[in-house]
Design a protein around this ligand. Structure first.
Ligand SMILES: [Zn+2]
Length: 284
């Protein structure tokens, strides 16, 4: 079983408009091709014709047993009504977590303006995912996305569950300390490459993740995520195969940790054979 905790259906090649249904169809196709059972779609901090809103994505996916939605929230632009809408979605079980984008937006995770978001996530017991580390765009300000700043939130909100995305790459050591020290902090290793891993980089990252597990112990905090379509699903499955870990530990990373953290009902996954071919129908 595989759960990908980090995918997007935004259009990053912003030269033409990609309808939401087409982005979703591509995701479902990639999942089918790579035998991925369930994916979380993370919405953006921006909403425009290339980046669909939380509402649009929840509406398009609400009947899909193999897709969950994580709501992106903008530090700069959120309004009270956005939080009210998110709170309604949480009440109805339509979103699985919240996502913040420090670095892409200029704020530290421990900024006062974000406390209401942490209180909301704690109330509904859903994780808050933080973009962490390098920004895909040179316009990002990376002092804000250093994983060390997440420690303040972890300490001040001990009942809040937190995910450090991209293992804070390249500050993986800082991420491993925050994860090691705080029981309420998890990490995904999505988005480490654009496209496919080169052999050298794969070897380097394998060493980094193995070091993290050596230091922080039993990988009950580590989550499988790709950042698809930025990284390919195939390269991530290959990468997992390279990791020097016993199978039961890999199972934790592939899906068990994610199912527990995001409360994903794995009994609802339809088997490969009776999965409807929605994706193809949608693309055409
Ligand atoms: Zn991402």
């Amino acid at each position: 079983m595989i759960i990908d905790v980090h995918t997007h259906i935004n259009n990053y090649h912003e030269d033409k408009i990609l309808p939401l249904q087409e982005g979703l169809g591509r995701l479902l196709n990639a999942m089918a091709e790579n035998s991925v059972d369930y994916s979380l779609i993370l919405t953006s901090y921006k909403v425009n014709e290339h980046r669909p809103s939380v509402k649009a994505v929840t509406e398009a996916t609400r009947d899909m047993n193999n897709i969950g939605v994580v709501a992106g929230i903008s530090y700069l632009h959120y309004k009270e009504r956005d939080l009210r809408e998110i709170s309604d979605f949480l009440k109805d079980g339509l979103i699985k977590g919240l996502k913040l984008y420090p670095g892409y937006e200029p704020f530290y995770p421990h900024d006062k303006r974000m406390q209401v978001v942490y209180e909301l996530a704690t109330e509904f017991d859903v994780p808050v995912m933080f973009h962490s580390g390098d920004t895909y765009s040179p316009k990002g300000k990376i002092r804000f996305s250093h994983p060390l700043h997440i420690d303040d939130v972890a300490v001040d909100f001990p009942d809040l569950k937190i995910v450090i995305c991209h293992v804070g790459n390249p500050w993986i050591r800082d991420c491993m300390e925050v994860v090691y020290k705080n029981k309420n902090v998890f990490a995904d290793f999505s988005g480490l490459v654009l496209g496919d891993f080169s052999d050298k980089f794969e070897k380097y990252m394998k060493g980094q993740l193995e070091e993290m597990i050596l230091y922080a112990g039993e990988p009950e905090y580590l989550l499988y995520g790709t950042d698809w379509p930025i990284s390919t699903m195939k390269s991530y499955l290959n990468f997992m195969k390279q990791l020097d870990l016993p199978d039961d530990k890999k199972e934790m990373i592939y899906w068990k940790n994610a199912a527990k953290l995001f409360k994903i009902d794995t009994s609802k996954f339809s088997s490969k054979t009776d999965q409807p071919k929605t994706s193809e129908a949608i693309v055409k």
